[in-house]
Ligand binder design. Structure first.
Ligand code: PGA
Length: 219
């Protein structure tokens, strides 16, 4: 599974992504365009309730009515800049799954947490609010690798993915500076089940190359 997270960028022409075996997460205002182009389209965030006085939020039924079939939750930028907590990540994941959306729940440690030996503790805490569900996929996104060009080595990613699966046995995507030239070595790891791609998903050639690398994983 390869997921492109466009973040708060306008992003490419969706019709040029047709035929790729991938999920796109455009900003809210472009969801309908991506659905209309025939892409598997997820939101970047979703509230847990069906409706209510929650200014600035979007609910699972609203996404489903648009033809959106899933959502990210708990991206580290939500946690870092918008006060997202483990508790609200758990609520968002549960609300979305109960409403029939697929969910990619993101976890990952900061560089300070890794340097002080707290990686496993942080991952365990972040995972403690989630329960296995057939429509739930996890994404390991070390914060120090996001948008920095410092991709985790395949070995570091593999170790974290194996640890995550020992707690919650679900598919785990890797995210953090995935590019065409490092995708294949990450995908070759036994517990790396795909990628959550930020910057490189905005460039059609790069995203296409990453999707191609994913289809070469032996099953
Ligand atoms: P990046 O972002 O690929 O630009 O590092 C990944 C993400 O934030 O999902």
């Amino acid at each position: 599974m390869v997921v492109g997270n466009w973040k708060m960028f306008f992003g490419p022409d969706p019709s040029r992504l047709l035929g790729l075996d991938a999920v796109v997460c455009p900003p809210f205002t472009r969801l309908a365009d991506c659905v209309a182009a025939g892409l598997t389209t997820f939101a970047q965030n979703v509230h847990w309730d069906g409706e209510g006085a929650y200014t600035g939020e979007i609910s699972p039924p609203m996404l489903l009515a648009l033809g959106v079939t899933g959502s990210l939750v708990g991206h580290s930028e939500r946690r870092q800049y918008f006060g997202e907590s483990d508790e609200t990540v758990g609520l968002r994941a549960r609300g979305a799954l109960n409403a029939g959306l697929r969910v990619v729940a993101c976890v990952g440690e900061t560089i300070e947490e890794r340097r002080s030996g707290k990686t496993e503790h942080v991952l365990r805490r972040q995972l403690s609010v989630l329960e296995a569900h057939p429509n739930l996929v996890l994404a390991y996104e070390p914060v120090w690798a996001i948008g920095t060009g410092h991709t985790a080595t395949p070995e570091v990613a593999q170790a974290a993915h194996a640890y995550i699966k020992s707690i919650l046995d679900l598919p785990v995507l890797y995210g953090g500076s995935v590019k065409p030239d490092n995708a294949a070595s990450l995908f070759a790891q036994p517990d790396v089940d795909g990628a959550l791609v930020g910057g490189a998903s905005l460039d059609i050639d790069s995203f296409t190359a990453i999707c191609r690398a994913a289809t070469r994983i032996p099953s």
